[in-house]
Design a protein around this ligand. Structure first.
Ligand code: HEM
Length: 406
């Protein structure tokens, strides 16, 4: 699924009369200038028009590049909501997600926050936590792969900001569009599910760099280079679940809020920072030589015979080759939420990784990272979640239909 531009008619026609009062002008970036009047007929920007269909064999927001903004949230099913309540909620949420992804307004709980904007690449990705299944009378349909993650050394997990029955990742290239979508879903859940936690994240804004580039994280590293690519052999089997049950074509999302100890990190000279990761900060090229996309050579040595990629470098310890082929599709976002009690930045990475089976993806890799990764000295894992992300919904259907009606 890739973003396709909508015609202006499609965007504005769906927004409704109120949406016509503000012209989105200013060229490709959709920026309004002081001279743009309310009746300015200039077309909406390409960024605003980008639309990713909600319906499809796979849910959106997994293989598409991460957008500039994200909202992650988990909800808990209300006592007594049960299977029927869950079914109705997923139906309502799916219909709403499909409308909003097309740039239309919601049929209920609409608050007009995003009226002037196109969908801006809006995607919704829904997942189910292990705790959902008993509450919805679906105990026997809980997949084995949804076994809660083990505790890892040095974890500092806050249960109040972890797990949850229902999870959603809402991404778009505009903060108002994301907030709007989130509030609509939250209000539509009233009485059936209540918010357990929410986290807002961000990444590069499209157009901020001269050419499309792998984004940087808050440590300043180019992050995402080593990800498996949809064109790679075996990509589908590594990222999406097989089998014959309702999860076929779905995936598992591991979500970790990882605070970066930025005061310590930023005091480290750049060459030492680079040895912690195993890649250059300037362009992401591996310390074994070459550019960002040159394969990492874990055996390369320098004139002194020492390894160019240190023994505890993050890319060495995390590499699939060092973990029996363990692979995951990382699709993280940065977050910045002020300061912690000790005055250090409450900022870091909302790590989101998709894989066919977390017991063969995230779990073995994180076990190793927690012990032997030079980067872990600069990190705190503060919240954790694992969610079964079902396959996409067919046109007019809803996410989770195979589970609830299969
Ligand atoms: C705040 C925490 C983290 C930061 C800042 C970070 C940063 C990075 C960077 C800069 C790279 C090199 C560029 C790239 O290939 O994307 C990388 C690679 C990688 N990271 Fe992380 N990472 C973090 C957490 C994790 C966690 C928790 C895992 C999994 C348990 C993980 C797994 C990987 C993998 C599999 C690679 C690719 C290795 C390769 O094949 O080259 N990372 N990470």
């Amino acid at each position: 699924m890739t973003a396709t531009p909508l015609s202006r008619r499609a965007v504005l026609g769906g927004v409704g009369a109120a949406g016509l009062t503000v012209g989105v002008a200013g060229g490709a970036l959709g920026r309004q200038t002081l001279t743009d009047g309310p009746d300015d007929p200039a077309p909406a920007g390409a960024l605003g028009r980008a639309a990713v269909p909600f319906f499809g064999t796979r849910q959106a927001g997994i293989v598409e590049p991460g957008q500039a903004r994200v909202q992650l949230a988990a909800f808990d099913l209300a006592p007594g909501a049960g299977r029927d309540g869950l079914r109705q909620l997923l139906r309502r949420w799916s219909a709403t997600a499909a409308r909003l992804a097309r740039g239309e307004t919601a049929e209920s709980a609409e608050n007009q926050v995003a009226l002037d904007a196109g969908p801006c690449g809006l995607t919704f990705t829904f997942g189910f936590g292990a705790s959902l299944f008993d509450k919805a009378g679906l105990t026997d349909r809980r997949p084995a792969a949804l076994t809660p993650l083990p505790a890892f050394p040095e974890d500092a997990i806050d249960p109040a900001r972890s797990e949850g029955d229902l999870w959603v990742q809402i991404g778009a290239d505009d903060a108002l569009v994301v907030f709007h979508a989130f509030r609509v879903l939250q209000r539509q859940a009233a009485g059936t599910a209540s918010l357990r936690w929410q986290m807002a994240g961000f990444s590069r804004t499209p157009g901020a760099t001269e050419r499309p580039m792998t984004p940087r994280n808050l440590m300043g590293q180019i992050d995402g280079t080593g990800n498996p690519k949809p064109a790679d052999a075996g990509f589908g089997e590594k990222v999406f679940a097989g089998g014959t049950d309702w999860m076929r074509g779905g995936t598992y999302a591991v979500v970790r809020r990882i605070r970066m100890l930025l005061d310590n990190w930023e005091n480290l000279p750049t060459d030492r920072q680079e040895r912690v990761i195993g890649r250059r900060k300037s362009d992401g090229g591996p310390l074994s030589g070459g550019g960002e996309h040159t394969p990492v050579d874990l055996t390369a040595t320098g004139p002194d015979g020492g390894l160019l990629i240190p023994a505890d470098a993050h890319v060495r310890v995390a590499a699939p080759a060092a973990n029996g082929g363990a692979t995951m599709l990382r699709r993280g976002f940065s977050y910045s939420d002020g300061v912690t009690a000790d005055g250090s930045p409450d900022a870091g990475l909302l790590f989101v990784a998709y894989q066919a089976d977390p017991l063969r993806g995230f779990v073995p890799v994180q076990r190793k990272l927690a012990r032997g990764d030079g980067l872990s000295r600069f990190l705190r894992h503060e919240s954790s979640g694992l969610y079964a992300v079902p396959p996409g919904a067919p046109e007019g259907g809803y996410v989770g239909q195979q589970l609830l009606e299969g």
